[in-house]
Design a protein around this ligand. Structure first.
Ligand SMILES: C[S@@+](CC[C@H](N)C(=O)[O-])C[C@H]1O[C@@H](n2cnc3c(N)ncnc32)[C@H](O)[C@@H]1O
Length: 216
């Protein structure tokens, strides 16, 4: 993601607390207060410019979505998208680091984690930064419901191979794997910005769904 300095971003973020939750730690274990219902919560870590999470919220009004993005200059683009979509009631954004998820969510707060076109961190010494590294899987498990799921899409073959091994070593169940999602596009697939860009270049899109297995 190319980052442009946007000095106005911080002000725009603070001006929209109805979309970008200002103190997310206040709602740990209590997100139903934010959404006004008990519907399941699906989060996307590394939301980028927000096309996926906004599209999903419009497509599935009975699910609550939270898009999580680290950078001001990127999350403002997601904010603009959410405002264009007339701020769906089932959608919020958090400007936080995905590595801190357990500051904002308790066990059982989240039903599904989406990871879309996560930064690949190709150098071996940076493997721990990959959002499908075992340390991150442990973090997701600590906020997910029992048998919660991770859905992952990427154009990066190396990251996909790493993720398959990481998920398998963690003892998760693989429920779905595609090495070319667009060859047989599911009707309900919502494209991300990166997915549009890479598929337009003819690159295959890899996708998997995996599930934590309750340890007895
Ligand atoms: C390659 S972009 C993909 C964006 C979007 N998901 C898509 O598919 O178009 C990865 C995004 O993840 C964000 N990101 C990376 N690490 C993150 C972290 N630890 N917490 C939150 N966001 C993160 C980056 O800032 C960037 O916007």
């Amino acid at each position: 993601m190319r980052l442009r300095n946007k000095p106005w971003a911080e002000e725009m973020i603070t001006n929209h607390p109805e979309v970008i939750v200002p103190n997310p730690e206040d709602f740990k274990g209590n997100w139903q207060v934010v959404f006004g219902n008990n519907n399941p919560i699906h989060i996307e870590v590394g939301t980028g410019k927000g096309q996926f999470v906004t599209g999903m919220a419009l497509q599935n009004p009975d699910i609550n979505y939270i898009g999580i993005e680290l950078y001001d200059s990127v999350i403002v683009c997601a904010l603009e998208k959410v405002l264009e979509a007339k701020s769906p009631a089932n959608l919020r954004l958090l400007k936080v680091n995905g590595a801190d998820l357990n500051k904002f969510f308790n066990k059982n707060d989240v039903a599904r984690v989406y990871l879309n076109f996560s930064d690949p961190w190709p150098k071996t010494r940076h493997a721990k930064r990959r959002l499908t590294h075992g340390d991150f899987l442990k973090l997701y498990e600590s906020i997910l419901v029992d048998n919660g799921e991770i859905h992952f899409k990427t154009d990066n073959r190396g990251l996909f191979e790493f993720s398959l091994i990481s998920i398998s070593e963690y003892g998760m169940l693989l429920k779905y794997v595609s090495l070319d999602l667009h060859a047989n596009m599911p009707e309900d697939n919502v494209m991300t910005e990166y997915e549009q860009k890479f598929s337009a270049k003819g690159q295959p899109i890899y996708r998997l769904e995996s599930q934590f297995i309750t340890k007895l």
